[in-house]
Design a protein around this ligand. Structure first.
Ligand code: GSH
Length: 208
C-alpha cells in the first residue's frame, strides 16, 4: 500500500495519475498547503523542503519526495512507462518537465500574478493622492478667488502647470467646480498661453 501525501496541484496529480496507471492501491493523505500544513514538524520529517507530493511505500518502508523521483520509483517498481531502452530519452523529457515546464508554468506565473496584485494595490493607494489634492485645492478655491487670496500670484503660477496635467491624473477636473473655475480663468490669460507654449507652439492647457 502506497500512502500519497498530496494536494490538488499539478505536481500532486502527476503521482495520483501514475498510481492509477500502474493500478497500485493507494491512500491519499491531504496536506493543506494553503494553511501551511506542509511546515509541520511531522511532515518535514518526510519532506525536507516542505513540499508535496511525498509517498510512503509502507510495504517497503520507504519514503520518497520530489515528484520526478516518485514517478521514476513507481515506474521502476511496476516495470511500466519507463522502458529500459528509452530511459535516456524519457529522462530528458522528464527533467525538462521538472526543471523547466513545471517551474515556468507554475511558480513563475504565480509570482507574476502576486506581483501584479501588489502593483495594482500600490497603484490604488498612490491614486488617492491626486484626488485628495484636487479636493483640497477645490475647497480652498471655493472660498477664495485665487490660492492666496483675491489676487493672482506666484502661488497660482506655480500650481497651474501641475493642474494642467489633469488628463494624466485622470480624475475628472470638471467635477471640481471651484478648481475648474480657477483653472479656466488662468488658462485664458495670454501670458499663460504663451508661457505654456514656450517649447511647443501647439501646446495649450487642456480643457477640464
Ligand atoms: N520539485 C518539486 C516541487 C513540488 C512543489 O512545488 N510542490 C508545491 C505544490 S505543487 C508545494 O508543496 N508547495 C508548498 C510550499 O512550497 O510551501 C516536485 O516536483 O515535487
Amino acid at each position: 500500500m502506497i500512502e500519497l501525501f498530496s494536494a490538488n496541484t499539478p505536481n500532486g496529480k502527476k503521482v495520483s495519475i501514475m498510481l492509477e496507471e500502474i493500478r497500485y492501491e493507494y491512500k491519499v493523505t491531504k496536506v493543506d498547503i494553503n494553511s501551511g500544513e506542509q511546515f509541520k514538524e511531522q511532515f518535514k520529517k518526510i519532506s525536507p523542503f516542505s513540499k508535496i507530493p511525498v509517498i510512503i511505500d509502507h510495504k517497503k518502508d520507504r519514503t520518497i519526495f520530489e515528484s520526478g523521483a516518485i514517478l521514476i520509483y513507481l515506474a521502476e517498481q511496476s516495470g511500466k512507462f519507463y522502458n529500459e531502452q528509452s530511459k535516456t530519452e524519457i529522462n530528458q523529457w522528464l527533467m525538462a518537465q521538472m526543471g523547466y515546464i513545471g517551474p515556468m508554468l507554475g511558480h513563475i506565473i504565480n509570482f507574476i500574478i502576486i506581483i501584479q496584485e501588489k502593483v495594482s494595490l500600490v497603484k490604488k493607494d498612490i491614486l488617492k493622492f491626486p484626488k485628495r489634492i484636487y479636493q483640497e485645492l477645490d475647497e480652498r478655491l471655493s472660498k477664495s478667488k485665487f490660492l492666496s487670496g483675491d489676487n493672482y500670484t506666484i502661488a497660482d503660477i506655480g500650481t497651474f502647470p501641475w493642474i494642467a496635467r489633469h488628463e494624466w491624473h485622470d480624475i475628472g477636473l470638471k467635477n471640481y467646480k471651484s478648481l475648474s473655475r480657477w483653472y479656466e480663468e488662468i488658462s485664458e490669460r495670454d501670458t499663460v498661453k504663451r508661457g505654456f507654449a514656450f517649447m511647443d507652439e501647439n501646446e495649450f492647457p487642456p480643457k477640464p
